[in-house]
Design a protein around this ligand. Structure first.
Ligand code: H79
Length: 479
């Protein structure tokens, strides 16, 4: 009896630890382990603020900090790694790095122009780096010496941006790096009692900065945490749960990314029972789910973010060092994300003078032009649940299913396979023109290409009918 018990305990411990390794693997409820700092909730949030986050679908990231000044070059050497990590690549001592503050004076910075550019691009929200790993704050934090207030520019950049974006009807989200290279109390691991006390002071400092941000800028809709992978933070999972609750108490409806969170055992994003922590998964950085294999992502909200070059977030003076995506490739990633029930955030790294590089301006304009005509298949849309076809992606809003066509076939018709019980009533282009839809067999259709190939990605809107008890004119083959 005792032996059986021991074996049972052993087996369940083994299963538990192997489950804990696999993200998103959910344990049967009776096998879950008790967690004080695990997920606060099971499944998606359904309140209005979360719905707004989801419906927005397209966002922009702004990475702006001292790193924009050297733009990837230190003492005559150009580093091809991410520009916002230059301090680390070139091993620049903290004092020396922070001296860049004397040069922070963006003469061409025009928050209204930034907001107009975002609106014209069709983004519904902008995520701004309030403080990246370097520690320089875009707001005049009273808890740090390294802020815009101590630069020649002096003014509150973050405040100016929040106001300008909000005036254009654009939501503002805050990026915040917990890891802070400028703070003497930061520790990457806790190896002694002393580290523990020092790091406790650092966490208090971080709480103060977060409370300051929430109080000064109450229209902020989201906090996106980064720099949370160090052992010191993983060993303080309680603190990540506390931050999520603190911000939610201060700002009802605020959304928080999963990257902040670690549970009682230091398991990140998904807790040891396999449940997502925070409101949406934020692991898709510069990559996307596979449209066929990763469909489990539709079980939770998620947001992907991407750079235009391979991996440059802050301004880098030489984009020729890596492949630069074309506007079409960026657009395809946006649609791909929406078709999988996610949001997409496209990154911009403004120059030190406060202007955007020409490539970014062109990209914003080009995406905006397309979104103006076709945004209906993006905003408020979700995963359709139909089998992926080689011509492109489906998105869905209510009874409308959108076909977003990226690859025009020579056959001049697009094959559509509907799930059981769903019929297509009609197909139209977004300008209202009808396209012929021919039923070819049970739940299979040929949808005609527009008479003139648009020569660019285009959208066909399918009006559908769900009819589970219709009489079926097709017979199964007797094989
Ligand atoms: O802000 C942008 C990036 O600077 C930041 N997140 C986006 C949005 C980011 N950069 N890298 N990472 C996040 C992932 C961290 C990678 C690490 Fe490492 C691997 C940290 C520790 C191990 C590489 C090796 C960098 C430091 C050591």
């Amino acid at each position: 009896m005792k032996r059986t018990l021991q074996i049972t305990v052993l087996i369940s411990l083994l299963t538990m630890s192997s489950f804990a390794q696999k993200r998103s693997q959910v344990l049967p409820a009776d096998q879950e382990i008790f967690l004080k700092y695990g997920a606060d909730r099971l499944g998606k949030r359904h309140d209005a603020a979360m719905q707004r986050f989801r419906d927005n679908r397209l966002g922009a990231f702004i990475h702006w900090g001292l790193y924009a000044i050297p733009g990837g070059e230190w003492k005559g050497k150009v580093y091809d790694g991410a520009a916002e990590w230059l301090k680390s690549w070139a091993q620049v001592p903290t004092d020396e790095w922070l001296k860049l503050m004397d040069q922070w004076n963006p003469k061409r910075f025009n928050p209204k122009a930034w907001a107009k550019m975002a609106r014209k691009m069709g983004v519904k929200y902008v995520k701004i780096t309030t403080k990246h790993h370097e520690g320089f704050c875009l707001w005049p934090s009273k808890y740090s010496k390294y802020t815009v207030a101590q630069t020649p520019y002096k003014k509150d950049i973050l405040g100016e941006l929040v106001k300008a974006y909000n005036e254009e009807g654009i939501d503002v989200h805050f990026y915040f790096s917990v890891m802070d290279w400028s703070h003497p109390d930061y520790r990457s691991d806790i190896k002694s009692k002393e580290d523990e006390a020092t790091f406790a002071r650092f966490l208090e400092f971080t709480d103060n900065q977060l409370k300051e941000l929430a109080t000064r800028y109450p229209t902020v809709k989201d906090f996106w945490f980064d720099g949370t992978w160090d052992a010191s933070i993983k060993k303080n999972g309680w603190w990540t749960a506390h931050v999520e609750r603190m911000l939610k108490e201060m700002l009802p409806g605020v959304t928080i990314n999963s990257r902040l969170r670690a549970d009682d055992y230091g398991k990140r994003h998904f807790d040891s029972n396999g449940h997502l922590m925070g409101d949406y998964e934020s692991g898709y950085e510069r990559r996307l789910p596979d449209p066929v294999k990763d469909l489990k992502v539709t079980r939770w909200d998620w947001e992907a973010c991407m750079t235009i070059p391979e991996n440059q977030w802050g301004y880098h003076k030489d984009w020729s060092l890596s492949y630069v995506k074309t506007p079409l490739e960026v657009l395809e990633r946006i649609i791909h994300a929406v078709s999988m029930g996610g949001n997409m955030v496209v990154n911009f790294g403004p120059q030190a003078d406060g202007d955007f590089r020409p490539e970014e301006k062109e990209l914003a304009e080009s995406i905006g032009k397309w979104m103006k005509e076709n945004g209906e298949c993006v905003y408020g849309c979700d995963y359709a649940g139909w089998d992926k076809q080689p011509w492109g992606y489906y998105t869905r809003q209510g009874e409308n299913v959108y076909m977003v066509v990226f690859n025009s076939p020579y056959s001049k018709h697009l094959v559509v396979k509907t799930p059981k019980g769903i019929q297509i009533v009609k197909g139209t282009l977004l300008n209202g023109k009808e396209v012929a839809v021919k039923e070819t067999s049970r739940n299979e259709y040929n949808v005609n290409m527009p008479a003139k190939d648009p020569g660019a990605p285009f959208v066909i809107k399918l009006q559908i009918e769900e009819n589970t008890n219709a009489t079926d004119k097709y017979r199964d083959a007797l094989t």
